[in-house]
Each structure stands twice: as C-alpha cells, then as structure tokens.
Design a protein around this ligand. Structure first.
Ligand SMILES: *[C@@H]1O[C@H](CO)[C@@H](O)[C@H](O)[C@H]1NC(C)=O
Length: 487
C-alpha cells in the first residue's frame, strides 16, 4: 500500500515536473518565434555593427558572462516584446573571441518570478546560472527578491532548479536583494549580492556554498556611509595582486565633474582574506568609465586576463532607437589592468581584426574632414600643450558631439552639445594617444593606456563625418570596421 502511494506520488511529481518543463520550453519557442517575426521590421539606421544588442526589444544589464565548452557566453536582461523595460527574460549570445558574436535562444523566461540579473559558473560539463527571482507583491514591500539557480548541460537550454529559491531572504529581510555574482575558489562557490541596510544605505553581502544550493552567509564586504541607497550589480575579483569590488551604486550625488550620471558604476580597491572574509578598502570608490552611458558592468576571465562588459545605456535617458523596435546595447569587451590606484580598460587585441578599409594614415589638418560609413576606428595623436578637438557628426545630420582636450585645465571632454558634457582630468600614464571607436549610434574613447575611458551613445543620421575642429595638425590612423554581430 505504502509502495503504491509512493509510486502514485512519484508519478504525479514527474507529471507536474514534465508539464512545467514543457511549458517553459514552449514559452521559449514562443519568444523565439516572436523575435523572428519582428526582426525584419527593425529600422537599421542606429543598429550597431560590432556591439551586442538584442535582435528586437529592450535589453539592460549584462549577465552570466562566462566561458563554457570553448565559447564565451554572455546573457542580458531582456524584454523581447517591446523596446521599453518589461518582465525580465535572459537573452543570450556567444563568442569565441569576444569580438564576433552569435545569437542563441532566449535562456530564461519569467514564470512566477521575473529573471533579474545574475551570473554563471561552470561545474564540469554543467553551466549554472544564478539570478534574482523578482516577484511583485500586491502590498508593501511591493516586491520579493530571492536567489534562483538554473542548470544547462549544453549552454543553450536551461532548467530552473525545483528547489528555488536557494537564498530566500537578505539577512536583514530587506526586499532589495539582487544581482548575485558567483565564482569558485578552492572547494567553495562564493557569491556577492547587492542589497541595503535597514536605513537605506547600499551594501554588498558575501555568501559561500559547496553546491550552489545551500548557502552560508559570511559577511558584509562594503557598506555605504550614506551616499548611496542601494548597491547593484556587485562583482568581486582579484586583479594584479589586489581585490576589486566593482559595483553600481544608486543615488550618488554629483560632485563637480564626478558622478554626473543618474547612477554610477565604479570600484573600490582593497585586500581580502578567504580566512576572515574581510575586505579592507585601500582606495575609495571611483568611476570606471566617464561617459554618459555606462552601467551594471560585469567581468569574467578570458585568455588569462580579466575582461569587462557594461550596459551601454543609462536609466531614465532618452533611447532614440526605441522607436525603431529595439533599445539597449553592450559596450565593447575591455581588458582590465590595475595600474597604481586605478583600473585601466583597453579594447581587446582581437579588435584590430575588425579593421576593414584604411581611411587615413597621416596628418589631418585643421578643418579637414574624414568620411566613414556607420563604423570607424581612429587613433589620434596631437600635441597636448595645445587644444585638440574632433567634431563627430552624421553625413545626413542628426546628433553631434565633440571630443576635446583642454590643455589649460588638463581635461578630456566628451560634449554632446547643450551642456551635455562629461569630462575628467587626464594625465597620461604612458602613451598619450586617443583610440576612438564609432559604431552606428555609439562612441567609445580610450585615452592613453585606458586610464580614462568614455562610453557615450550618440544618434547621427547617415555615415560618420569626423572633422578636426582644433587649431593643430594631428596625426590620425583611421579605419572602417567590419560587422561582428549579425543583422
Ligand atoms: C519571499 O519569498 C520567500 C521565498 O519564497 C519567502 O520565504 C518569503 O516569505 C517571501 N517574502 C515576502 C515578503 O513575501
């Protein structure tokens, strides 16, 4: 009798499980069919040629950046059904070189829970995603955020764990508890999660586990003194002998040229011990990118180096591409180095393989212009004792910007007009050239060896026209670049 009962129960559970599994598979097929049906309608004018963006719909934070079975995987917060934020899925791309990308099927679809940001770890042949399950509530606190996991044996199809959530509340019970970034060290998995104190100061929590399912809370590794109400998207890693806590604090007030975006992404350098779980800061929070559009960055290890990708947008800004049926992109992947008190970011070496046509190797005179299609890379060298200025505009109009060196104040400026300026002091630590990447609706400026980097979106019409609007002759190497993200 007991055996029969157990058998019936098992059969029932299997049936329920299969039904649930079939439902999510069907959900994913529906999403993919929808994407396929809409792809052809997208206006291509602002579509990026070598930056990851969704085929259709809205994306934000990069997620699950990892290496699995000879490919890098990158996921992103995704709402396929509109070009504004909506219930979060995980979109998915993969690459062998972090330059050329292919689309894979949507990895996670929301069910009871929305699939908020998270990360990935690899255990043998299995990829494990860890993400925040976000559930809206009808009454205060309005939302419940807990941590979920999902498994894959092929890097394409993901199965949510039946025992979710694996962490069912923040230690202090606050509802803001999200963006787990997990990694493996020795015999343990570790995870950092963004959250806040009872009196609304951002902090980062550290946990560990032996199986990704049962988690032991260890410590708070960083806590705001009051300048930020929430720390989002933490990432924690070793870099050139130090530990770095990368994160995206919300609500910091601007101070002079600093913290001009609505929310910031930056880092604290310090030391950390896996015995005491204490992170001792040595260099205070500083921004990692000085541009208008950069948030929620995440890192992974690639080719023995630490590499980073960020969301190439900012909350509550106009997203002009949204009227074309898509919104949001990823920045170029950058290689990180620790140089003294700061992190430098440089494009990957493999980016030179995207160079298509040489547009100029020589001297660009004052008022001389260079014309490109939708893409360009420029390496610019001038005399830093005098002003340098490049005007970036569309051959058919649209938005314009200027990149400027102001020798009197020692600042690099990215100016989108109408006082929409980002600027920062620059003292070259080595090379004193600029490397500029232009895509159909984006600018990335790497100064010197990457000690100052700006990522800003811009929406020109037509091809790029770059004009030397400064007073001096400048040396320029210029190329058009090929496509590395499919139509
Ligand atoms: C949030 O979800 C967890 C896990 O399902 C549950 O234990 C907890 O009671 C929920 N909290 C609220 C406020 O609903």
């Amino acid at each position: 009798m007991v055996a029969v009962k157990i058998f019936v129960l098992l059969a029932f559970l299997t049936l329920v499980y299969c039904k649930v599994a079939r439902r999510t598979e069907q959900d994913i097929q529906n999403v993919e069919a929808y994407i396929d049906s809409k792809k052809g309608d997208i206006n291509q004018r602002y579509r990026l040629h070598y930056h990851v963006a969704a085929p259709v719909g809205w994306i934000n934070d990069p997620n699950g950046f990892t290496y699995y079975k000879s490919e890098f995987h990158l996921f992103y917060q995704y709402y396929p059904y509109d070009s504004v934020w909506g219930p979060m899925h995980w979109g998915h791309v993969a690459s062998r070189d972090l330059v050329h990308w292919k689309y894979l099927p949507t990895a996670l679809v929301p069910e009871k829970e929305q699939c908020f940001s998270g990360s990935a770890v690899v255990d043998g042949d299995t990829m494990i995603l860890m993400y925040t399950g976000h559930i809206n509530l009808d009454a205060e606190p309005w939302a419940n955020e807990t941590q979920y996991i999902a498994y894959s044996d092929d890097g394409i199809t993901f199965h949510k764990y039946e025992g979710n959530p694996v962490i069912s509340s923040a230690p202090n019970g606050v509802p803001d508890f999200r963006d787990p970034k997990a990694w493996k060290h020795g015999d343990h998995y570790y995870v950092v999660i963004g959250s806040k104190t009872d009196d609304n100061r951002g902090h980062v929590l550290l946990y560990r586990s032996t199986d990704m399912k049962n988690w032991e809370y260890l410590n708070i590794i960083a806590e705001s003194k009051g300048d930020s109400y929430m720390y989002e998207c933490p990432d924690f890693f070793e870099l050139d002998g130090k530990f770095v806590l990368l994160m995206s604090p919300q609500g910091m007030e601007s101070q002079g040229d600093r913290f001009k975006n609505l929310h910031q992404t930056g880092y604290i350098i310090g030391s950390f011990s896996y015995d005491t779980f204490e992170f001792i800061p040595e260099v205070d929070f500083q921004e990692i990118d000085y541009g208008h559009d950069f948030y929620a960055a995440q890192t992974t290890e690639a080719f023995g180096k630490r590499v980073l990708v960020g969301w190439f947008n900012m909350w509550e800004q106009p997203h002009p591409e949204a009227e074309d049926g898509w919104a949001g992109a990823m920045t170029l992947v950058r290689e990180l180095k620790l140089v003294g008190d700061r992190i430098t970011m440089q494009p990957l070496d493999a980016m030179t393989g995207l160079r298509d046509e040489v547009k100029m190797i020589g001297v660009l005179q004052p008022q001389q212009e260079l014309r490109f299609g939708k893409t360009a890379e420029l390496i610019v060298a001038g005399d830093l004792s005098q002003k340098i200025e490049l005007q970036l505009e569309g051959s058919d109009g649209g938005e314009k910007a200027w990149i400027r060196w102001e020798p009197e104040v020692g600042k690099v400026v990215v100016d989108r007009g109408s006082d929409d300026i980002r600027q920062v002091q620059w003292s070259p630590i080595g090379m004193d050239t600029w490397r500029i990447f232009l895509d159909a609706s984006s600018i990335e400026l790497f100064c010197g060896e990457g000690e100052v980097v700006f990522s800003s979106r811009l929406f020109p019409e037509g091809g790029w026209v770059v004009t030397n609007t400064g007073p001096q002759f400048i040396n320029v190497q210029a190329y058009s670049l090929g496509r590395s993200v499919p139509w």
